[in-house]
Design a protein around this ligand. Structure first.
Ligand code: UT7
Length: 327
């Protein structure tokens, strides 16, 4: 049996926030943001629009691309740092919204690596049990709700959106892909976190007053660790699969910062035109970023059926990983 990406979809909310708009909010400049991050604009969800709402549209597009309906799915996994609720999980909300059977539905928390972790989960389920024929994997984020719009260190970086994959387990194939290498190191858990809202610091007047419900990040430290982790996990995947960098049609890294993307490409010795980069348009959409980028690559013709594509990501936890698929 082989696991294929049967269809992809993505959704970006209508409202666009440009660097010029941010200049009016905090002490920053279009030049600083472009030079340090490569970001020019990002999309923001409407006030009443949740991560689940965005995931639903991305999922419908992925189902359409795969030529199946919600009723054909056998599991849903949603990766998000900004789920609709702590509980119920967003995957259950999608199950209902997409008209699915009463199938396995769960959310997975691994921040920006959440989509890769979920793809690993999905492919493992599918390999273990043939009843999981079609699995929907979504990454969806409304980061605008947890960004401190008075903190220039973080508010210029993030955006909202959703990306989705429909994976299919087909009989008769003999492809050993996907091959993956995923990891984590919790000793860096303070580097990037949302300090309150969980059981450590439940929501209170004090946590709100101290602005603890917003993203806190040590940018420079995160930057260095991101490059190292993505390069090492990608190289491990290439070694384990016996694939050389020149056989990879496209590398799709987590879209956090153009300088990180370029440094990873350089160290992997992949030509720049084979590294996907749309961070200028969407900023960092955390767990959604690889799904949005993949769908962008498919719909713009950058990825063709049969191509080898290397995904790599990095995020809070710290978590990271790489996966090699045949599209
Ligand atoms: O999704 C995965 C998790 N996140 C990431 O991958 C983010 C990783 N880190 C980064 O992308 C970069 O570290 C940043 C873009 C966040 C920052 O870039 P940097 O080159 O590492 O800058 P820095 O943090 O070293 O700051 C340099 C200067 C500082 O001023 P001083 O201390 O040198 O006077 C900052 O206060 O730039 C200042 N600065 C800004 N200036 C204008 C920080 N943010 C801004 C801003 N506009 N928005």
């Amino acid at each position: 049996m082989s696991i294929y990406i049967a269809g992809t979809g993505s959704y970006l909310p209508e409202r666009i926030l440009t660097n010029a708009d941010l200049e009016k909010l905090v002490d920053t400049s279009d030049e600083w943001i472009r030079v340090r991050t490569g970001i020019e604009e990002r999309h923001l969800a409407a006030r009443d629009q949740s991560s689940g709402d965005m995931a639903k549209i991305a999922a419908e597009r992925a189902l359409e691309a795969a030529g199946i309906s919600g009723a054909d799915l056998s599991a849903i996994i949603v990766a998000s740092t900004t789920p609709d609720y702590t509980f119920p999980n967003t995957a259950c909300l999608l199950q209902h919204a997409l008209g699915c059977r009463p199938i396995l539905c769960y959310d997975l928390s691994a921040a920006c690596s959440g989509l890769l972790y979920s793809l690993e989960n999905a492919t493992s389920l599918m390999r273990a049990n043939k009843k999981y024929r079609y699995v929907l994997v979504c990454g969806a984020e409304k980061l605008s709700g947890i960004v401190d719009w008075s903190d220039r260190n973080t508010c210029v970086l993030f955006g909202d959106g959703a990306g989705a994959f429909v994976l299919e387990n087909r009989d008769g194939g003999d492809d050993h892909l996907p091959v993956s290498c995923l990891g984590a190191n919790g000793s860096y858990s303070d580097t990037l976190k949302l300090p309150a809202g969980g059981s450590r610091n439940p929501a209170s007047f004090e946590t709100v007053e101290k602005r603890m419900h917003y993203i806190k990040m040590e940018g420079r430290e995160t930057f260095k660790l991101a490059i190292k982790a993505m390069v090492e996990s990608s190289n491990q995947v290439l070694t384990d699969s016996g694939v050389s960098p020149d056989q990879v049609a496209l590398v799709i890294p987590h879209q956090a910062n153009r300088r990180i993307i370029q440094a990873v490409a350089q160290r992997l010795t992949v030509p720049p035109d084979r590294v996907f980069d749309n961070v200028n348009r969407y900023g960092n959409t955390s767990a959604a970023s690889i799904g949005i980028a993949f769908d962008d690559a498919v719909r713009s013709g950058r990825l063709k059926r049969g191509d080898l594509v290397l995904l790599t990501s990095f995020g809070s936890g710290l978590t990271w990983g790489a996966m090699l698929f045949r599209y």
